[in-house]
Structures are given as C-alpha cells and as structure tokens.
Design a protein around this ligand. Structure first.
Ligand code: AMP
Length: 460
C-alpha cells in the first residue's frame, strides 16, 4: 500500500484538522472538514465495488436510479422522523434564491420513495427493484469512518411483503460483501421491531406510562414523548433511564403475526446457510422502519463498526402520499467498505497502467506520432506520448517514471525510412520495424488479453 493510499479513506480525521502545524507550509486551499478527495488509487476500489454491485443487482432484477443530490427539506424532515438525530442535527439545509428550503440528501430511501410516487411506479410490475450508488451528506462530528460526505450503495424493493424477500435482500447484501472479500469479518445482526400497528399501541402505552411523570423528564425527552415515544428508550438522561426500567416492554406488544413473520425470516436465513445474531437492541436511525431490521457489523472494531444496514419500511410510501406499499431496503457505506478491504489487505484489479510511451525527436516525427498514438489506442493499447520537445533520453526518463513496458521511438531517420524503433524497457533491447507493423508488433508483445478494448456496440 503506498502513502497516498493510506492517507485517503483510512485517515483519522482530527477535530482540529486543517490547523497549521508550526513551520509546515500548507497549500492555501484545503478540503472542508469531514470531506475527502477520492484519489485515483481509491477509485480503483470504487470501480471494482461498482462492478460487483452492478452485476449482483442485475442478477437479482434491480435497475439503477439516481435522485437529485438535494430535495425539498420536507422530503426528509417529515419522513425520516422529526426527532431523529439526522433531522434535528445533521442535515445540510439551505434556502435557494427564492427562499425555498432545500436539503442535501442525508440518506437514500426518502428520495427513492419520492421518485416512486412522482413517476407513478406503483403501476409498474411489482416489486419495483431499484438501486443507487451516490454520495450523501450529514453534518456529523468527523472521525475515522464517519464523514460529512460519504458514499452509499443502497437498494429498495417496493410493492411486495414476504419474509422470503427479506431473506433475499439480506442475502444480496451478504453476497456483495462476500464478493468484496470482507463477509468473513462481518456479523449479521437481526431484529424484528414489530409491525406499525403494534408500534402505535406500544407508543400509546409508553405515553400513558409517562403521563404524570413529565416533571422528571428533560426537555428533549418531553419532545420525544410527544413526537415519537419509542425514542425515549434511547434517552441518556439519568431520571429517564431509571423510569425506563419500569416502562412497558415492547415484547409484550409484538403481535403474533410479527412473531410468526420473524420466525419465517430466520427459517429462510438458516435454510440459506446465513448465520445471524438476534440482537433485540437493534433499532435503526430512522422512524420509517418496521418489522425486520438488520445490520452488518465488524464486532472486532471499535467505533464506527456498521458497514451497512436496512429493514422493512411498509408505511413510508403511504406516509409520503402514495398507495399503501410494503417495502424493504438496504444501504452500505462504501467509504467504510474500502477501509475494511484495506484493513484486510484485499487487493483490487488495477487497469490504470500504460503499455506504451511514444517518444519522438523533431517536429516531423511528432506529426507521424499523433496518428500512431491514435491507432494504438484504437486497438486497445494504452498509450501516452508526443510529449515535450526534449532529447529522446529525456523522454525515455519520462517513460520510465510511468513504468511503461514498451517505448516506440521515432527520430528523423525513422521518419525518412518509414520505420519506428520498439524498445523493451524492462530489458533494454530494441528492434526496428516498418511503420505499419508497429501496432501488430506491440499487440503481439503485450498479448490480446491485456488490451483495453471496448466495443460500444457490444452489450455492457
Ligand atoms: P445508515 O442508514 O445511517 O445506517 O447508513 C448505512 C451505512 O452508511 C452505515 O452502515 C455506514 O456504513 C454508512 N454511513 C452512515 N453514515 C456515515 C458517515 N457519516 N460516514 C461514512 N459512512 C456512513
């Protein structure tokens, strides 16, 4: 792993990042806090990951969707849960020039559901299976694995409810982790948080329980109690924690249907050979979830150890103005996935290397070089050249820096004789060939299999 690679995604972002270290000269412009560039070395990971995602999703009948990077604020504010951390503290919200409130998307599901309704997808064959690979934005306290702009791959299956679909969704996520070489490092956490009806009955029971005890609650907990009583169970307030110990327990409110549904999901997962840990404390960060919820954790890792999670959101389409539409979805954090792959020394194929450097001497030679470079590239030979005015020796030094295996050299004599020199840079030998033999000779040497050739007419 080179330095650049280590510095990028894996970097621990310090609170005072951006401050000058005494004596050190920094470029005048830096990335804002909590965001990072994706340099070419990391793009090799992104390219690899996207390829796997594309294949796995296509095999399972998913099609790609891209929603805008920002939506009207209400899309998130009303539908993720008004008192969730993301909505209360983490959204990048701004007014446009006409005073409309817009928000950079903090997650993918609300935008996809908005698109599902807006484009009448309830008329399409169900379930509608969509996936996305996009950047998301949350104003969080930056640290390793937690950024203010981060990438997620996610999918949503809308229009069907079946425990078998839950199992299939979990399996799809697992297969992708497996293809990426990190499934063994992750443990699947599984829970059922009940159906919407039992959650409502339970919420009312919590409200009744806290009725008359409001004076012990913090302001924040009073709001929680009013807007989403289930959130009061996460309270960090000392008095609330004590009161929570005697509060009604959700288990007593879960409907027999939910219990049966959960049993089915577990049965299917077991049949598929997928190991899981039943985690009764697992709740997801947004209010739209119900029934099955799941996450993939690296249990050995401290801090940001969830690489992806999802669950059912049967009420969201209706909440956002559509027809009642059961649904399930999943999202995986790609920045964390890449960091995990690096920790596990997973190498990805790199195609970003050159085959040939074309060096020339003099204006006449340069003219001959340009169509030759074009021909080489047209045939899938990765070529750079016709650079600089320096001596051949100087150009060979450039070629060396790019670590090309072959150089094509054209000087005045070669132009006059209609020939070119092919130099094997690894052993230092060279041959002279007629001009029209350069491309076939190079292809023979690098081998057809390594050509970077793409036929736009062939299926992707
Ligand atoms: P969530 O739906 O919030 O659980 O997000 C799904 C996945 O996205 C998480 O499991 C993480 O892998 C990733 N993720 C969420 N927030 C961030 C962040 N601020 N920075 C990097 N990755 C994140």
């Amino acid at each position: 792993m080179n330095n650049q690679e280590e510095k990028n995604v894996n970097t621990e972002i310090e609170e005072d990042e951006g401050d000058l270290i005494e004596g050190e000269r920094q470029p005048p412009f830096q990335t804002p806090k909590g965001v990072h560039d994706i340099l070419p070395v990391d793009h090799e990971y992104y390219t690899f990951i996207k390829k796997i995602i594309r294949h796995r999703c296509r095999q399972a009948g998913f099609r790609r969707i891209t929603t805008p990077a920002f939506e009207y604020t209400e899309v998130f504010k009303r539908n993720l849960g008004e008192i969730t951390d993301v909505v209360t503290k983490e959204m990048y919200t701004f007014l446009d020039k006409k005073g409309r409130s817009l928000t950079l998307r903090p997650e993918g599901t609300a935008g996809v559901v908005r698109a599902f309704i807006q484009h009448g997808m309830s008329e399409s064959p169900q379930p509608v299976a969509l996936y996305y690979i996009e950047p998301f934005f949350r104003y969080e306290r930056p640290q390793a694995g937690r950024y203010r702009q981060f990438w997620q791959f996610g999918f949503e299956l809308m229009g069907e409810s079946d425990a078998a679909l839950d199992a299939q969704s979990i399996l799809l996520a697992y297969r992708i982790f497996q293809d990426l070489g990190i499934a063994d490092t992750l443990k699947l956490q599984l829970n059922n948080i009940g159906d919407l009806n039992s959650r409502e009955i339970y919420a009312q029971a919590l409200k009744d329980y806290f009725c008359g005890k409001e004076r012990y609650l913090s302001e924040e907990d009073k709001i929680r109690l009013k807007k989403n009583p289930l959130r009061i169970l996460d309270s960090k307030h000392e008095d609330t924690i004590i009161l929570n110990q005697s509060a009604p327990i959700f288990k007593d409110f879960v409907s027999p249907e939910s219990v049966a549904y959960h049993e089915k999901v577990k049965e299917y997962l077991t049949d598929l050979g997928l190991e899981f840990i039943e985690n009764k404390n697992l709740v997801r960060g947004f209010d739209y979830y119900n029934q099955t919820v799941f996450e993939f954790w690296d249990e050995k890792k401290q801090g940001q150890n969830s690489l992806g999670g999802g669950g059912k959101f049967d009420g969201l389409v209706e909440l956002m103005g559509g027809q009642p539409t059961p649904a399930i979805g999943f999202a995986m954090g790609l920045d964390r996935v890449i960091a995990q792959m690096k920790r596990n020394k997973i190498r990805v194929p790199s195609k970003d290397y050159l085959h040939v450097f074309v060096a020339q001497l003099g204006q006449e030679a340069k003219k001959v070089c340009l169509p030759l470079i074009d021909q080489l590239r047209e045939n899938g030979v990765k070529t750079m050249g016709a650079l600089g005015k320096g001596a051949i020796k100087y150009q060979l030094r450039i070629a060396d820096k790019f670590k090309v295996p072959y150089c094509v050299l054209i000087g005045l004599t070669e132009v006059r004789e209609g020939k070119a020199i092919i130099r094997d840079m690894r052993v230092g030998t060279q041959v002279t060939v007629p001009f029209d033999k350069v491309v076939p000779e190079i292809i023979k040497r690098i081998g057809k299999i390594d050509l970077d050739y793409y036929d736009p007419k062939s299926p992707v």
